[in-house]
Design a protein around this ligand. Structure first.
Ligand SMILES: [Zn+2]
Length: 339
């Protein structure tokens, strides 16, 4: 029997769209994957440091995909002034992205390290900018960090940050561990997390033997994947879609030291429909991909709709030289997008 789902187009609250030729090849695929609105990460070269940079980047993206709505972010630096943060807010920047390179260990308390960023957090809290965090502790913190524990070991720092700025909205991006899931569940309503399609599918074995499944944070143990699956099955509103789709050319992946990143943009909602259906929670997909995230970010519902039809398709081997997630595998849905 045909199974069809008609829902609003997705909001993808974490995507890498790159620059130059890669951008031109990737950006038109956003809408075909079922997302109408995407939050664009600022780690370009050079990074998006100012609201002017964000506006320039946005107009470049818009040229390649006029029908897509791009939500902009900036790279968080401790030198950001109140004027710059206010300008960011006024120019439509939604979030500042923190890559916690600066975190250092305080052997007394074990949880300090963000103090030089406190004036920035203060201003973000005041002007209503969301703090988006890549939550992994860096290797040089003297805490025996490896890919498997970097997220969990970051959580005490986040706990302190949340305690010191209780009204600051925080999104812990691409959660990958049971510890992080528990942290989000137990934190206040201002703290949420994004979940990627690939972290709902993969465990450590999958990237240990196939570098196309290598991403940061890495997929972890089966019990971690289970914790992620449980919150989507329950329909927990603190967890929403952020694909972290991160395209790299095949030549950057098919090598001994592959680049980190999994490309899901072209079939985003098809991957998710396949996964949610297998987990028996297809009815929870709409909220995960187009309600919880926009509610957290205070945005209206997408007017575009997508239709997911239960019909098998094979994932292409590549898109313009980029190997997508689950290439060559069969997915149980196809998509029709109303544009
Ligand atoms: Zn990312």
């Amino acid at each position: 029997m045909e199974k069809t789902l008609i829902i609003p187009a997705a909001d993808d609250f974490h995507v890498h769209l790159r620059q130059g030729d890669l951008l031109k090849n990737v950006v038109p695929l956003v809408i075909s994957g079922g997302a109408a609105r995407v939050m664009v990460m600022p780690n370009t070269t050079p990074p998006v440091y100012t609201s002017l940079d964000a506006a320039d980047y946005k107009s470049e993206l818009q040229k390649s995909a006029p029908q897509t709505e791009f939500l902009m972010t900036m790279y968080l630096k401790s030198t950001l002034t109140e004027t710059e943060i206010k300008a960011a807010k006024n120019n439509g920047v939604l979030a500042l992205k923190l890559y916690p390179k600066g975190v250092t260990t305080n052997s007394e308390e074990g949880v300090s390290g963000f103090e030089d960023l406190y004036p920035v957090f203060e201003n973000m809290q005041e002007y209503g900018l969301v703090l988006s965090i890549h939550g992994e502790l860096p290797y040089d913190t003297g805490q025996n960090i490896c890919v498997m524990n970097a997220e969990e070991k970051f959580l005490p720092y986040l706990t302190k940050l949340h305690k010191d700025f209780p009204s600051l909205k925080i999104v812990l991006e691409h959660v990958s561990s049971k510890a992080a899931v528990d942290f989000i569940k137990n934190s206040g309503p201002e703290v949420a997390a994004t979940i990627t399609p690939h972290h709902l599918e993969l465990t450590v074995d999958d990237w240990a033997r196939n570098f196309h499944n290598y991403c940061k944070p890495v997929a972890k143990y089966p019990e971690d994947r289970e914790a992620l699956r449980q919150v989507v099955i329950e329909g927990n509103s603190k967890f929403f879609l952020g694909s972290d789709s991160a395209p790299h050319l095949k030549s950057k992946k098919d090598i001994a030291k592959p680049a980190a990143g999994i490309f899901t943009t072209p079939l985003l909602m098809v991957y998710l429909a396949d996964t949610f259906d297998r987990l028996g929670c297809l009815d929870k997909l709409k909220d995960f991909s187009s309600t919880f995230g926009r509610t957290f970010y205070d945005l209206p519902e997408n007017k575009k709709t997508i239709k997911l039809i239960k019909e098998e398709q094979v994932v292409p081997d590549e898109y313009n030289g980029i190997v997508p997630f689950r290439a060559g595998e069969i997915l149980s849905f196809r998509i029709e997008v109303d544009v």
